[in-house]
Design a protein around this ligand. Sequence first.
Ligand code: NAD
Ligand code: IPM
Ligand code: MG
Length: 357
Amino acid sequence: MKFKIATIPGDGIGPDIIEQTILVLEKIGAKYGHQFEFQEVLAGGCAIDAVGEPLPQETIEVCKKSDSVLLGAVGGPKWDNLPGNGRPEQALLGLRSALGLYANLRPAVLHEALKDACPLKPEIIGDGLDICVVRELTGGIYFGDRGRRPEGKLGEEAYDTEAYSVGEVERIAKTAFDIAMKRNKKVTSVDKANILESSRLWRSVVNEVAKQYPEVTLEHMYVDNAAMQLVRDPKQFDVMVTTNMFGDILSDEASMITGSIGMLPSASLGEGGLGMYEPIHGSAPDIAGQDKANPIATVLSAAMMLRYSFGLEEEANTIEEAVTKVLNLGYRTGDIMSAGMKLVGTKGMGKLLIDAI
Ligand SMILES: NC(=O)c1ccc[n+]([C@@H]2O[C@H](COP(=O)([O-])OP(=O)(O)OC[C@H]3O[C@@H](n4cnc5c(N)ncnc54)[C@H](O)[C@@H]3O)[C@@H](O)[C@H]2O)c1
Ligand SMILES: CC(C)[C@H](C(=O)O)[C@@H](O)C(=O)O
Ligand SMILES: [Mg+2]
């Protein structure tokens, strides 16, 4: 089969990890007889430098005409002093919103071979850890009214607003329950309903949606407690569903369950088949262009693309099995390195994965 993939390397380590992921996809294409057609487009800081804006219209058009989007990362210190709405990170929000990608799936799975890289105690890890964070992605405080008042005057204040509609909560709750039905049938909804009105609405809508899923156990948890419980007893979680900002923070925390933020992939999905796939980490300016970045989170995001956008389950499994195989052989990038293991760079890890496929 033939698939069109828009690629957005972006900034920092983005080009390093996307290069390896494209090579992995090409290998999958050769093995299974698929043709992946890649079209690279600009977004983020590199787009600001090239054309003066973080998200050129052409990028949105190319993404909309593609079968899916593969993104590296955007942002970096070079653009840190730009005003909020001109920053590289706005490209991400613009893409998520323009493509209607309201559901962000962030699976945190600890590979058996990486138990040593996980900072949690062996008795907490037990026989392994596997949590799926379902993050609402096109609403909440990221997209609410914001500004300064009175602008530029003495005593100026700044504000950001969190707002959620019933429909927005309903659809992300359904996504979470559907995923839980295919996993261990437990949903933990994370909010701050002891303070926020938007969270009180969130909680009541999640309770309503839960009635359609009698087999799933629903639990509500305040976000501060959830942050603590993720470290104290992560095994209590199966699917965690939460707001845009809480999901951003909790998924970085959950990434340590996997051993490193360089291991955690994501899929951003909407109503149609078009999805955007990206690692949850950022552009890691401290290691950019040094052949040090772990490409596995991006490679695993490509596996999610094959599964969710293209329906290529076997091909997705092949990528995931290749990751497991290479880790079992003892190869590690710096972020997941531990005693006695073999250190490789971004390119070396990419080559090992391709050979394993
Ligand atoms: N999706 C995205 O494009 C995205 C996500 C998060 C942050 N950002 C942006 O990235 C920039 C840097 O942000 P930050 O430093 O807060 O977060 P970051 O995720 O880029 O880096 C945090 C730490 O994790 C390490 N790290 C991240 N990915 C890694 C990988 N694949 N392999 C090995 N180590 C890795 C980095 O070296 C750094 O020490 C900022 O401009 C931020 O806005 C972009
Ligand atoms: C860079 C930033 C806008 C982005 C977010 O907060 O959504 C990132 O942290 C992520 O997790 O994808
Ligand atoms: Mg984040």
